[in-house]
Design a protein around this ligand. Structure first.
Ligand code: NAD
Ligand code: TYD
Length: 368
């Protein structure tokens, strides 16, 4: 039986991980710590609220003493660190929050874990600090370059990826210097339920339903490697259970798409749903499909993101060999499940899409 501290558990991937974990390991304790920034949402955890093996603590990972108290009081033996500022565009507009949450926050958590597990000796031999990182630390690939492996040199390009790279190095240093049992996973772009609608896929889904423009940065040829979020949770599970202390593992989907192709696909899938379900036109009268038009007509090419990385792709063969990791949800299944979720959870996304967020997008990304 494990006792987990999950930071950032009210965010997109963290909340999916909490659902996954309590489903797989119902006897484990899961304590979620989250600062509830704009991206954190307790609704994401509503399903587990009454589970006796789940607790929620509203705090910032930079509150080192609170972290220490939780580690002691809850006898935590596994930390899974999701807490972070995660949106590249926001990191371009205001990098400071990324330095505070991603670098200082991870360091605060490492200090707390070292104090309780190693210095006080609460758990010197049977602990694990798992750090959730991103493929963006490796920089950008050209079309023909091989995908990122664990040997690829770090070359982060955005304030977001630079802050994640710094946090990865701190985690590594706490293993080498203090002997902390750590693992890190570097994952590609996730999609699925509870994804905040400022990221590409949920933004496109919700904008189609509202009949709003679908902003494509630059020429839309940039490439991302998409993974269904539950497969990421499974990869983290395997890393925690089977990963070697001090090691890093790449987790990806073997699923590269250009942005323009993925946006067109979501448009086409949505149009098909409107064609086969009359109720959708009544629920979402502003959607082009409600008037028999194609959702693709909403696509607008806009000013490119500053320093926009061209391509990310993960070579997950090491995780496959060492951990038995492989994605289980095909992209065809995953994208349909995601559409189902957004169509069935209109109240969730309407609540998170308040006016200030839309104003921010419009100020920063006007049509070119
Ligand atoms: P998210 O923005 O949806 O969620 C982040 C969560 O962290 C939110 O609940 C927020 O309130 C919380 N948080 C932020 N700062 C905090 C702090 N100082 N203390 C406590 N809580 C804090 O992000 P996500 O997409 O779920 O990403 C989770 C993690 O996975 C991040 O570390 C991110 O770098 C990494 N990652 C994300 C992706 C992706 O495609 N989204 C891919 C690879 C890795
Ligand atoms: P995003 O979901 O922000 O993830 P990341 O930047 O971490 O990969 O963006 C995915 C891709 O989609 C990225 O190449 C930027 C692009 N993009 C758009 O073209 N338009 C948008 O409105 C957004 C949010 C992203």
């Amino acid at each position: 039986m494990s006792r987990l501290l999950v930071t950032g558990g009210a965010g997109f991937i963290g909340s999916n991980f909490v659902h996954y974990w309590l489903d797989q390991y119902p006897d484990d304790l899961v304590v979620v710590v989250d600062a509830l920034t704009y991206a954190g949402n307790l609704e994401n955890l509503a399903q587990v609220q009454s589970n006796p093996n789940y607790r929620f603590e509203h705090c910032d990972i930079n509150e080192t003493e609170k972290m220490q108290t939780l580690l002691r009081d809850e006898a935590i033996d596994v930390i899974v660190n999701f807490a972070a500022e995660s949106h590249v565009d926001r990191s371009i507009e205001g990098p400071d929050a990324f330095i505070t949450a991603n670098i200082l926050g991870t360091h605060s958590l490492l200090k707390a874990a070292r104090q309780v597990w190693l210095i006080e000796g609460a758990n010197p031999d049977n602990h694990r600090f798992h750090h959730v990182s991103t493929d963006e630390v490796y920089g950008s690939l050209e079309s023909e370059e091989p995908a990122f492996s664990e040997q690829t040199a770090y070359a982060p390009n955005s304030p977001y990826s630079a802050s994640k790279a710094a946090s990865d190095f701190l985690v590594r240093a706490y293993h080498h210097t203090y002997g902390m049992d750590v693992t890190t996973s570097n994952c590609s772009n996730n999609y699925g339920p509870y994804h905040f609608p400022e990221k590409l896929i949920p933004l496109v889904i919700t904008n189609i339903l509202h009949g709003k423009a679908l902003p494509i940065y630059g020429d839309g040829k940039n490439i991302r490697d998409w993974l269904y979020v539950e497969d990421h949770a499974r990869g983290i599970d395997l890393t925690i259970k089977k990963g070697r202390a001090g090691e890093t593992y790449n987790i990806g989907g073997w699923n590269e798409w250009t942005n323009i192709d993925i946006v067109k696909l979501v448009c086409q899938l949505m149009d098909k749903r409107f064609a086969s379900d009359e109720l959708l036109s009544k629920r979402f009268p502003e959607c082009p499909a409600a008037a028999g038009l194609q959702s693709e007509t909403l696509i607008e090419f806009v000013r490119d993101r500053a320093g926009h990385d061209f391509r990310y792709a993960i070579d997950a063969s090491y995780s496959n060999r060492e951990l038995g990791y492989e994605p289980k949800v095909t992209f065809e299944e995953g994208i349909e499940k995601t559409l189902d979720w957004y169509l069935s959870n209109e109240s969730w996304w309407r609540a998170v899409m308040d006016g200030s967020y839309q104003a921010w997008i419009e100020t920063n990304y006007k049509a070119a």
